[in-house]
Structures are given as C-alpha cells and as structure tokens.
Write a protein that binds this ligand. Structure first.
Ligand code: HEM
Length: 376
C-alpha cells in the first residue's frame, strides 16, 4: 500500500483538524454575469462495464480543428477525437464521467472525483464546463470572477497540470501542455531497456511495470537537476504517479492486458484508439490505481519537495492521517478559498463537486475546505 512507503507521513489528526477549516470570510455576492446556471448531478453507475471493443462504429477518429481544445491528458484528448467527449474539447462534469467510463472502463467514483476536480480547479462550476486544453470562449470565468479573470482550462499549470510529466515538459522548460517527441523518445528507450518481448511488435516492445518504475524516476531526477523551480508536492507526486499507473491499467488492451509500443504511440502521439483495442474488462477503481502507483514509486521512493532557486528542499510533512488524506488536503490548499463563500445555485454545484472529489479519499468534504488563493 501507498501508506507503507511514507513513514514520515505519520498520523497526527490534531494538526489536521486544526488546519483544515478555512478562516471565516464574508459571503461573496455573485451576479451571474449573463451566464446561465446548469445544475450538476452525479450520473448513475453505468449498466455495462464489460470488455468492449473501442471505438464502436459510432465513434470514428476525427482530427481536431484549430478551435478544438486539446491539452495535457492523452486519455481525454483521445476521447474527444473520437466523440466520446465533445469534439470541441469543452465538456461538462457528466460528460467527462460518462466518457472515461465508456472509453476506458474507469470506475464511477474515480471518474467522478477526477471530473469534479477538473471543473472545480480549472472550469466553471456555474455553467458546468471545462476546457481540456487552454482557455476557451465557451468557458468564461465564474460569475463575479471570484476565482480570477479566466477559467484556465486543464492546460493551466498549477492545480492539476504539473511538473514531471511523462511526455510534457515542465513549465519554464518548454511546452508543458502538448505531446513532446524528445520526451517520448526517452520513454521508448526505457521500453527498450526494461520492456518485455512481443511476437507481434518485437523484442523489448512491451511496456511493463519496470519501464514505468525506471522512466518515472529518470524523469524526476532529470527535472530535479534542470528545473530550478520544480514543484513536486505530495499531491503532484502522487497524481503524476497515478498518470503512470493509468498507462499500465487503462491504455493496455483489455483482451490480454498488454500495452506495446504500437498502443503507446497510438494514445500518446496520435491521440487515437489503437486498432483491435478493447477497454479493460472490469472497472479500474481508486484503490487499484493507487496500488499500481505505489508499486511504481516503491522501486525508487521519493520525498515530496520543491527546488527553491535550484536547491532541492523537502516539503514539511502534512501529517493529515495518511498519504491519501495528505493528497486530498494538498489539492484543497490550492483550490480557491472563495468557493467557500458562494451562495444559491453555485453553492449547490460546488458542494456536489467537493463531495465527489472527496469520496474516494474517505474525507468529509464539509470539514476539509478549499484554502487556496483565487486566480492562482
Ligand atoms: C475525468 C478524468 C480525467 C481528468 C480530469 C484528467 C486530467 C489530466 C490532467 C490535467 C493531466 C495533466 C497532468 C500533468 O501535468 O502531467 C493528465 C495527464 C494524464 N492523463 Fe488524464 N485525466 C483524466 C482521465 C484519464 C484517463 C481515463 C487516462 C487513461 C486512459 C488518462 C491518462 C493520462 C496520462 C497518461 C497522463 C500523463 C501525460 C503525460 O505525463 O505526458 N487520464 N490528465
């Protein structure tokens, strides 16, 4: 389990309770700024979670046009290119959940948590939309601009997009939003060194746990050395290892659980589903993903921290009780504190999203609240 590797993150729930409540602030009186409210509802669990060929005939690949939003997530970009998400790359909470369930068999609560974070952190919870890439005219900032002058989109650095990605550079080091050949080539050399053989794609062409263990560690060491402003907090560290776990668990062909270089390239480079590809045969849930992320990290355990003017500085432990609650808490430290003070319809949506985000972590969303600077 993930908890085993963080002996420095021992429970001190007193500290947790003392810091989890935000300071009282006056209620924000939001106008709707001409926006039409859309109520957010967690959709029901999907009926069919079986092995299925993806895409079906209703979802052919259509390349994105110049105004279609694509960003740092190859999983979502691929869904949008096949119409499992709106081709515009602007999606609602419900569309995100239903898209990742249909395309990858991501389990419902995990899908809901990630989708909730997307809307809360980088979308507009009043009109229930987020851009998969950068800013979009379809997603104005929240009424009253209570979280800054733009909604940002998933490509905005900080709350969700972060450092030490697999195929995107760190911010300040190059293009941090889109697929990068030079990083992908490095990834492939690790497949060549640590991968398994395949009768169809050749020797050392299958992406395995050791490939991700070694490549992720290499990515961290490389950014630690080159990025004087590296940010690798507990939330960023675990979320980035979760992304590596997604590669093994959601990109692998559901028929044989194999992900070879042809499949890897299809998702990362071409952002299209591979031919003869099936989604996984059972829903991939939070615990399953965290266990794989822990297996990847266990090969080279890391301490969260930042480079301050080029000097690596470990973060003070949050000690909220477990690594999971630390990750949740750390994310809440960056979500806008102004979300605590909204009223009416917006409050209804915000509370629905905060509950969906907290659920897999087992955290009470009424106790651990957004504490970050609006607009950051
Ligand atoms: C609603 C669900 C999802 C949301 C909101 C989401 C969002 C994101 C975001 C914001 C990033 C950028 C993180 C970074 O800076 O590295 C990211 C990365 C990534 N996502 Fe997703 N994602 C979702 C579902 C998925 C699924 C279903 C898959 C796989 C099938 C996936 C695979 C990945 C991978 C592999 C990366 C890392 C890309 C890289 O490091 O180059 N994601 N995702």
């Amino acid at each position: 389990m993930l908890t085993a590797i963080f002996t420095f993150l021992v429970a001190t729930s007193v500290f947790f309770r003392a810091t989890a409540s935000p300071a009282a602030a006056p209620a924000v009186n939001t106008t709707n700024d001409g926006q039409t409210f859309v109520k957010i509802t967690v959709p029901p669990f999907p009926v069919d979670t079986s092995l299925e060929v993806i895409p079906d005939s209703q979802h052919p690949f259509v390349a994105p046009g110049p105004n279609d939003k694509r960003g740092p997530c190859p999983g979502l970009n691929t869904l949008a290119n096949h119409g499992y998400l709106p081709h515009s790359g602007v999606a609602s909470f419900e569309q995100l959940i239903e898209g990742v369930e249909a395309g990858y068999n991501m389990e419902h609560d995990l899908a809901s948590a990630l989708s909730a974070l997307a809307i809360l952190a980088r979308g507009n919870a009043f009109i229930n939309l987020v851009s998969l890439g950068g800013e979009s005219d379809l997603v104005p900032p929240l009424p009253g601009k209570i979280d800054g002058p733009t909604a940002g989109g998933l490509a905005k650095h900080g709350r969700f997009e972060g450092d030490v990605s697999l195929t995107r550079h760190d911010i300040g080091e190059g293009d941090y939003q889109n697929f990068q050949d030079d990083l992908y080539d490095q990834f492939l050399t690790y497949v060549g060194r640590y991968g398994n053989d395949s009768p169809t794609t050749g020797n050392a062409s299958v992406v395995t746990l050791p490939v991700l263990q070694e490549y992720k560690h290499h990515r961290f060491l490389s950014e630690q050395a080159s990025n004087a402003n590296l940010e690798f907090s507990i939330a960023r560290m675990i979320l980035s290892y979760d992304d590596a776990a997604f590669v093994l668990n959601f990109f692998a062909n559901g028929t044989d659980n194999v992900i070879d270089t042809a499949i890897l390239g299809s998702f990362f480079r071409n952002q299209t589903f591979p031919t003869n590809w099936y989604r996984r045969s059972s829903p991939g849930n939070f615990t399953f993903i965290q266990d794989t992320a822990a297996e990847i990290l266990d090969a080279h355990p890391l301490v969260p921290g930042t480079n301050k003017n080029g000097v690596w500085t470990p973060d003070a432990p949050l000690n909220t009780g477990s690594t999971f609650t630390d990750v949740h808490f750390n994310v809440m430290q960056n979500l806008a504190s102004s979300l605590n003070n909204v009223t009416g319809n917006l409050k209804t949506n915000v509370e629905t999203l905060l509950a969906a985000w907290a659920k897999p972590f087992g955290v009470d969303p009424t106790k651990v609240r957004p504490q970050g600077t609006p607009g950051q």
